[in-house]
Write a protein that binds this ligand. Structure first.
Ligand code: ADP
Ligand code: MG
Length: 225
């Protein structure tokens, strides 16, 4: 059997707030195979964003080990040197991230945003218009982010992520800023395209209906992490 896509072992992270140490994650274990989906649950402040931020390199863990797509890393992910370069390359090429608000470049059209993301991941930018079509916003390709709705921006953010052909998508409450109907449409697209492309997905959400659509579930609050 091949190695799982993502393996997290003994992951720990603390913050110091006003002189007080808070252990946000401790001894966290997680395994995800290619194509699987996992719902990351837990009350506000339980560490969902912290875990996703570690997995996409925005935060550095202070203990543990992880492997992604066959590359192994100890906790000092952001240490300088070859470890950091390997990690940066992996993130750029294999890990797609969707936040609560779409992080589009305001000076670029939706299509150019998708093209830029694809190129950064080392992919051809020829099919980026198709991704916008698949996400239902093909006719908005030449619009700028401030000329479309929040739901349409979030669809563009999904097109960006899928155009990079990632192995893993990290979605941090991706529909948290949308109304219920738009949220459902965007989430349907996320699951549909994830299944079609075969990438793995970690979805942080408060919504248990949404979590039920994922194959696995990890509740950080219950872990006391
Ligand atoms: N950069 C930071 N500095 C200090 N404390 C932080 C920082 N980021 C998160 N925290 C704290 O870590 C805990 C977990 O936060 P977070 O991961 O954002 O939770 P969630 O996404 O589940 O709501 C919270 O108590 C939060 O205040
Ligand atoms: Mg959060």
């Amino acid at each position: 059997m091949t190695e799982p896509l993502l393996k997290v072992r003994g992951l720990g992270k603390h913050f110091v707030n006003a002189g007080q140490t808070v252990d946000v994650l401790s001894g966290l274990e997680l395994t995800l195979a290619q194509g699987e989906s996992l719902a990351l649950m837990g009350r506000s402040g339980s560490g969902k964003s912290t875990l996703l931020n570690i997995l996409c390199g925005l935060e550095q863990p202070d203990a543990g080990f992880l492997s992604i797509a066959g590359e192994h890393f100890a906790a000092d992910l952001s240490a300088s040197g070859p470890n950091q370069q390997r990690w940066a390359m992996l993130r750029r090429q294999r890990i797609g991230v969707v936040f609560q608000e779409a992080n589009l470049m305001p000076a670029l059209s939706l299509l150019d945003n998708v093209r830029l993301r694809a190129r950064l991941a080392g992919q051809s930018d020829q099919h980026c218009g198709d991704w916008l079509k698949r996400l239902g916003i093909g006719e908005l390709a030449q619009r700028y982010p401030d000329q479309v709705s929040g739901g349409q921006r979030q669809r563009a953010a999904l097109a960006m992520v899928f155009a990079m052909r990632p192995s893993l998508i990290l979605a941090d409450e991706p529909t948290g800023s949308l109304d219920a109907r738009t949220a459902l449409e965007v989430v349907d697209e996320l699951f549909h395209q994830q299944a079609a492309s075969g990438c793995a997905l970690i979805l942080a959400t408060h919504d248990s209906t949404l979590a039920a659509r994922c194959g696995q579930r990890l509740d950080l609050a219950q872990m006391g992490a």
